[in-house]
Ligand binder design. Structure first.
Ligand SMILES: [Zn+2]
Length: 243
């Protein structure tokens, strides 16, 4: 049976973070019969051979196809009643408000700082919550932003990093299991929000160090206070971070 989706989750990026996030949400949607969610996948790129090792939804036969179409087809096969929408484009200033404004929750599964800040700023303007995610080598981070209430990316980092910093990040590469763990954490944040719960990482940043010794030292959750003067306005709201 096809249901009309009442809640839409936008996943920006169908790569190392976005694929595991979409798969986790699809699994949850298949179990929750009362839910009528849709996933909207946005990505401009085709599937490449180098993607197959960590973007587990793709197959060799998908090489050259748009990622969003290959991913949407596999997700739809696994859950026919679940709505999957594919948008083959990059998130850009010209389309960000249309795409983000049409959804209830946004997952930042991008790999470049400019897109992350565009998601941040558009979600603040449209008052849409989002889960930030970032991975670099064996390390990963995730944080949920509830506009005007909890710290945003610009509370953490005032401006995007410069080109030299971005280049050094690219060299560190992305480790599949670390990206998968962060993508699943982001999916969990979206699901909590859609169920009417407060996402556990609202106002808190999770850091994962896959190379640390001992289980206890691998993940850490740290509160992030809104920065007074940040344009997101959360710093004016007193201690709502912990509400
Ligand atoms: Zn802010």
């Amino acid at each position: 049976m096809t249901r009309v989706a009442s809640r839409r989750i936008l996943i920006v990026g169908a790569g190392g973070l976005g694929v595991p996030a979409a798969m986790a949400i699809r699994r949850a949607g298949s179990c929750a019969r009362e839910a009528s969610w849709a996933i909207v996948l946005v990505d401009p790129d085709p599937v490449e051979l180098s993607n197959l090792c960590r973007q587990v939804i793709y197959r060799e036969a998908d090489i050259g196809l748009p990622k969003v179409e290959a991913a949407a087809r596999r997700l739809a096969l696994a859950a026919a009643e679940f709505a999957i929408e594919a948008e083959r484009c990059a998130l850009e200033p010209a389309n960000a408000m249309r795409l983000i404004g049409a959804c209830d929750f946004v997952i930042d599964a991008t790999d470049n700082p400019a897109a992350k800040f565009l998601i941040n700023d558009t979600c603040i303007a449209a008052q849409r919550p989002f889960a930030y995610g970032g991975v670099l080598g064996m390390k990963g981070q995730a944080m949920t932003v509830i506009p005007s209430r909890t710290a945003c990316l610009r509370c953490l980092f005032e401006e995007p990093p410069d080109e030299a910093e971005i280049a050094s990040c690219r060299e560190a590469g992305i480790v599949g299991p670390v990206a998968a763990a962060i993508g699943e954490v982001q999916a969990a944040q979206a699901l909590q929000w859609l169920r009417g719960e407060r996402p556990t990482l609202a106002g808190k940043i999770l850091t994962l160090d896959g190379a640390a010794n001992g289980i206890g030292s691998r993940t850490r959750i740290t509160p992030v206070e809104p920065r007074r003067g940040c344009r997101c306005g959360a710093g004016r709201q007193g201690d709502l971070t912990h509400a």
